[in-house]
Design a binder for this molecule. Structure first.
Ligand SMILES: Nc1ncnc2c1ncn2[C@@H]1O[C@H](COP(=O)(O)OP(=O)(O)OP(=O)(O)O)[C@@H](O)[C@H]1O
Length: 229
């Protein structure tokens, strides 16, 4: 399997005052191959979101190396990072991060705003209907997001994350705001996507969810270790 993510000796510190800094990640090392389903677990403040933000090219490391899909992320301009992010990564967040006042369709098509290639944009628009059907929200296409249930909102967020057909789906507590039954439905969707070959990385507090993944990374005080059962 192809290496999709390679992280070597990666550290991240935040400066909080002229004298103080927080070491959020320390000498983190791992490789993720195409098609893997990974869970990242750890207590609050351990560094999970920091790692996810770096993997998603929203933030950058202080030291160390990160290769994504063959690209060395170091030294890239914000514009280059935005392009890499848009092509390779789809985000799913705990609070759905949708624009409540927009329709389902408008939310899902949001990432295309940044696509300059007209032909590609057209192809992705055609991809919209099949995605909505797959996620069982096609009948809601023109409805405002405000009127949807939590589970439906998360399906919209997953559709939006997939519209560019990214190689990787990064999910930060994707079931954190949902009841048990709806969580199961969302996990079933993630399993289906994984079975189709998508690489999925889930940050979770929920060990039952982590155990459904192929590999589990545990972060404690910024140190990452793989858990082997
Ligand atoms: N922008 C920031 N500025 C300063 N410190 C930060 C910043 N972001 C995170 N931190 C600190 O870095 C450490 C790791 O935070 P992070 O948000 O990655 O943890 P987490 O495991 O995702 O926590 P949670 O489960 O509560 O979301 C914490 O000590 C946090 O206070």
């Amino acid at each position: 399997m192809r290496k999709l993510i390679e992280v070597k000796h990666l550290s991240k510190s935040y400066r909080i005052s002229s004298k103080e800094q927080v070491q959020a990640l320390q000498d983190v090392n791992f490789t993720i191959h195409e098609g893997e389903m990974i869970a990242i677990v750890g207590t609050s403040g351990s560094g999970k979101s920091t790692l996810l933000r770096i993997l998603g090219c929203i933030d950058s490391q202080t030291t160390g190396h990160y290769h994504l899909n063959g690209f060395d992320i170091e030294g890239k301009t914000d514009q280059e990072l935005a392009h890499i992010r848009n092509q390779s990564i789809g985000f799913v967040m705990q609070d759905f991060s949708l624009i409540e006042d927009y329709s389902v369709k408008k939310n899902v098509l949001l990432p295309l705003t940044y696509e300059k290639n007209k032909e590609k944009r057209q192809q992705q628009k055609q991809h919209l209907l099949s995605l909505l059907q797959k996620l069982n929200i096609a009948s809601k296409e023109n409805q405002k997001v405000t009127s949807l249930s939590g589970g439906q909102k998360q399906r919209v967020a997953i559709a939006r994350a997939l519209i560019n057909n990214p190689a990787i789906l990064l999910a930060d507590e994707p079931t954190g705001a949902l009841d048990q039954k709806t969580s199961k439905e969302i996990m079933n969707i993630l399993h289906e996507l994984h079975a189709e070959g998508k690489t999925i990385i889930i940050v979770t507090h929920d060990l039952q969810i982590a155990e459904q993944c192929q590999r589990i990374f545990r972060i404690e005080d910024g140190l990452l270790n793989e858990v082997y059962s």
